[in-house]
Design a protein around this ligand. Structure first.
Ligand SMILES: Cc1cc2nc3c(=O)[nH]c(=O)nc-3n(C[C@H](O)[C@H](O)[C@H](O)COP(=O)(O)O)c2cc1C
Length: 323
């Protein structure tokens, strides 16, 4: 257990925010597989202020077991403050500010990792957002913007000074996107220099790696992103290993199929069948990765917008894998 502000987080395994992935259905499953904390997809400050339905849907955490962190992005201090207040009113127990997104569309507006190029502004944003709400505020960022601009330690110090309740660090620069290896030494260095909780992130592909990051960096918690695509089982594996010292078996094909169907049903419940079946295509490609003969079924999955038909196709993964 550790604390973010005065909130107890029941274990050290956290689901990373992923736009287009970590929607309500995904978060419910991540929690059921044991995550101590989950994040929403990043939510646009402007979208919230202008009450865009799509943005509000992304920020909606109704019916979810707390705590859930709602992540906002933007670079205008006033808009971020208004958005944070709004999110607090909607019931967010923790608000995170995105200072790590590398996407050109985001960077071009001065948002996400672009804020690592303007630390005075990053400072002002953190200070004002912290002042504007009563819930804990956290900040997620990268190692730096580029190899000549590695300033995560400085930004972490700023976050702590300005009242952030935790920081999450992805050990890559913006220029690296997702290439190369995540630098765990920067996480270790930041942990050595901060008193607020430090969440380590980057390249945790197995439960063993989760444990290794904690041992290597001494970070307070770890955050898993890409390894959980179609594989929420990794959360349970990591919780069991890190918190209880147990290694659990990887899921069987039946467990993968049942979880994929459950994921589809949750997605349909919250987004409606048409959108859910479309969005589930990518999740199902991930869930079925490595299953012998799945390629043919994926083609059929990508052609249906009917939930019952999609479920039949998912079930058929069990039979082809034994053929
Ligand atoms: C598809 C995708 C979407 C992402 N969206 C976000 C986001 O909305 N906010 C954010 O802070 N990070 C986002 N990230 C970054 C992840 O949170 C995480 O920092 C990164 O994937 C490294 O962790 P990993 O090696 O465990 O995947 C995204 C990553 C991926 C792959």
């Amino acid at each position: 257990m550790f604390k973010i502000g005065n909130l107890n987080i029941k274990n050290r395994i956290i689901a990373a925010p992923m736009a287009g992935v970590t929607d309500k259905a995904f978060r419910i499953i991540a929690k059921e597989f044991g995550c101590g904390l989950v994040y929403t997809e990043m939510v646009s400050d402007k979208g919230l202020i202008y009450e865009q339905a799509r943005t509000e849907a992304i920020a909606n955490i109704n019916e979810e077991e707390p705590p859930v962190t709602v992540q906002i992005f933007g670079s205008d201090v006033e808009s971020l403050v208004l958005a944070a207040r709004k999110i607090e009113k909607l019931g967010a127990p923790i608000i995170d500010i995105n200072m790590g997104c590398p996407t050109p569309k985001i960077i071009k507006n001065g948002d996400g990792a672009a804020l690592m190029l303007d630390l005075p502004k990053a400072r002002q944003i953190i200070r004002e957002v912290v002042k504007a709400v009563t819930v804990p505020v956290t900040v997620k960022f990268r190692k730096g913007f580029s190899p000549d601009n590695v300033n995560a330690l400085e930004l972490a110090g700023i976050a702590e000074t300005e009242g952030a309740s935790a920081v999450a660090i992805h050990g890559r620069t913006r220029e690296q996107y997702y290439s190369g290896k995540a630098d765990w030494d920067i996480i270790k260095l930041i942990k050595q220099n901060l008193t607020i909780p430090v969440i380590g992130n980057g390249d945790i592909w197995t439960a063993e790696a989760a444990l290794k990051m904690i041992e290597y960096t001494n970070c307070d918690a770890i955050m898993i992103g890409r390894a959980s695509l179609g594989n929420p089982f990794i959360f349970q594996e990591a919780v069991e290993l890190v918190e209880n010292g147990f290694r659990i078996e990887p899921p069987t094909i039946e467990e993968r199929i049942n979880t994929a169907i459950y994921h589809l049903e949750l997605a349909s419940k919250y987004k409606g069948e048409a959108l859910a079946t479309r969005e589930m295509r990518k999740h199902l490609a991930w869930y079925s990765k490595g299953i012998k003969g799945a390629a043919k079924i994926r083609v059929a999955i990508n052609q249906t917008s009917n939930q019952a038909e999609m479920i039949d196709l998912i079930k058929s993964l069990a039979t082809i894998s034994t053929e």
